[in-house]
Design a protein around this ligand. Sequence first.
Ligand SMILES: C[S@@+](CC[C@H](N)C(=O)[O-])C[C@H]1O[C@@H](n2cnc3c(N)ncnc32)[C@H](O)[C@@H]1O
Length: 303
Amino acid sequence: MVSQILKGKTVRMAGKAIRNPSRAVLRLVLKARLRRAKIEDERGRLLDLLSRRFGVDAAALLAEYHQSEFHRWFQQRRVELDQFEGPYRFGTTGEFGCEAMYLLVRAARPRVVVDTGVLYGGSSAHILAALAQNGAGELHSIDIGRDDREPPHDFFVPSELRPRWDLIIGDSRRELPALLRRCGTVDLFHHDSLHTWDHMTWEYETAFPYLSPDGLLSSDDIQNPPSIPGIFRQNAFPAFCQRRHFSFGSFHNLGVAFRGTDGVAPSRGPESRTSGAAHDPPDWARSRNWGRSPTESAAQEPF
Ligand SMILES: C[S@@+](CC[C@H](N)C(=O)[O-])C[C@H]1O[C@@H](n2cnc3c(N)ncnc32)[C@H](O)[C@@H]1O
């Protein structure tokens, strides 16, 4: 059964590679980048950051997540997606990215969260599960929509988590400004929609004025190369953080940024060096990614 599913998946991926060879090359580049980042190391740095920054026992939160009924249900749902009969897109956030979003929300306890790019609800479900465990908070999500034959946007969202969820279908270019105005203040903004330089930058800049003073910005896909010529170009996420003086760290393919420099390291990319920033980063910031320039992300996978 499992070998049949894997075989089906491999055939679909091979078909995509033949139809779009440059995308296949970009995927290989991403895989090579992420392979260098050992998940155990990335997780360790994230736990360290969350414990220091928020005064929580992040390792205990991780154990809570892995022992939860939600985690068990979600794993089962991943298997069911692989068996889905109709067309579906690859692009659901990976295990570490989902886990990281749960931990971030449990540790930071945001009240108002906005995310863009739902697909089948992978990362949104993790934000919602953490809000439910916190006992407070709401999530507003935007996605441009799907083909009717695909799984629904709430495929990964258990019914008991839906009351905290406001799902808006539409282009974030149109929906995000109005949503932010309705929210007034946002404690966490998470980007996972269209990963082009322009769109990522536009979403960060649009959300920025609405972030609360200790608000957080997170972004998936900060290591994806956008195009073959753009492989060595800086990613929109560190570029934004440096321009707006956000302290940031990257954990596997996830970027996490904080307003100001209170208790975290300043950005150490080329721009902060020329501006003379001279603080030493704490241990969690001393990653292989710190000061490097992850490149911007590839566009969404078609069926
Ligand atoms: C990488 S997937 C999101 C994965 C999801 N966060 C998860 O954890 O499974 C990107 C999603 O962004 C959506 N998207 C692309 N462009 C968009 C736009 N301009 N506005 C809103 N959503 C968009 C796509 O429909 C797709 O569902």
